[in-house]
Design a protein around this ligand. Structure first.
Ligand code: PGA
Length: 248
């Protein structure tokens, strides 16, 4: 039985002071033990958020990292730094990083390998854009993203990974995928992992849906066989996040 996981991707929102306020608003409401709840604030908020979350079950995650441990990489943040402040998860290959910052599948793979080496669970984002969807290429694109992200990993490593299916046309648009569509793609992602590894690995790995998930539609997604939770953007910044966590 896979444990559900609901992740709040705060994106580039909340100053350190505002981040503390948001933690105070949410932490008692989403401090549950039957679901893994993860807050992924901006890097500069990680330390104050870690302090606020002390004594709760809520886990800390980052929104990105560089694969190297240290060195002349101005502006980057390393897995050692993330571990040192208490991160257990890291989002990798989010579509906004791929679109605005030129992240590639190979670069994501390097980060995934490094994250696992440093005991950080990668949350790998994959998804099709509107054009790819209209041309019927969605599953081809997603399949390449999944396979490239997992290159050279063994099954024990893959079991620790979370894959988030996030269609670009659903992110921040208010137009979520239907639960049927989300289930179909998440099921196919599990099949890809089964073909690459084995049934046990595929059945252990957690797969999420993300893209305009809110308090009203979350339970639809979470009722699907192959959807083990959600990666939540906008709604993770509001009290509504409680409703999403509680229906998972
Ligand atoms: P959204 O973002 O929930 O605001 O659509 C999801 C994401 O990008 O992770």
């Amino acid at each position: 039985m896979r444990k559900r996981i609901v992740i709040g991707n705060w994106k580039m929102n909340k100053t350190p002071k505002e981040a503390i306020e948001l933690c105070r608003l949410l932490k008692d409401k989403v401090n549950v033990s039957d679901v893994d709840v993860v807050f992924c604030p901006p890097a500069i908020d990680l330390v104050p958020v870690a302090m606020e979350l002390e004594g709760t079950n809520i886990k800390l995650g980052a929104q990105n990292m560089y694969h190297a441990e240290k060195g002349a990489f101005t502006g980057e943040i390393s897995p050692l730094m993330l571990r040192d402040v208490g991160c257990e998860y890291v989002i990798l290959g989010h579509s906004e990083r791929r679109t605005y910052f030129g992240e590639t599948d190979r670069g994501v793979n390097r980060k995934v390998i490094s994250a696992l080496e440093h005991n950080l669970a990668p949350i790998i984002c994959v998804g099709d854009n509107n054009r790819q969807r209209q041309q019927g290429l969605a599953m081809d694109v997603i399949s390449i993203q999944v396979k490239d992200a997992l290159l050279s990993l063994d099954s024990e490593q893959v079991k620790k990974i979370i894959i988030a299916y996030e269609p670009l046309w659903a992110i921040g648009t208010g137009l979520s995928a239907t639960k049927e569509h989300a289930q179909e793609v998440c099921g196919k992602i599990r099949d890809i992992v089964k073909d690459l590894y084995d049934i046990e690995t595929a059945q252990t790995m957690r797969i999420q849906y993300g893209g305009s998930v809110n308090g009203d539609n979350a339970s639809d997604f979470f009722s699907c066989e192959d959807i083990d939770g959600g990666l939540i953007g906008g709604a993770s910044l509001k009290e509504e996040f409680e409703k999403i966590v509680k229906c998972s």
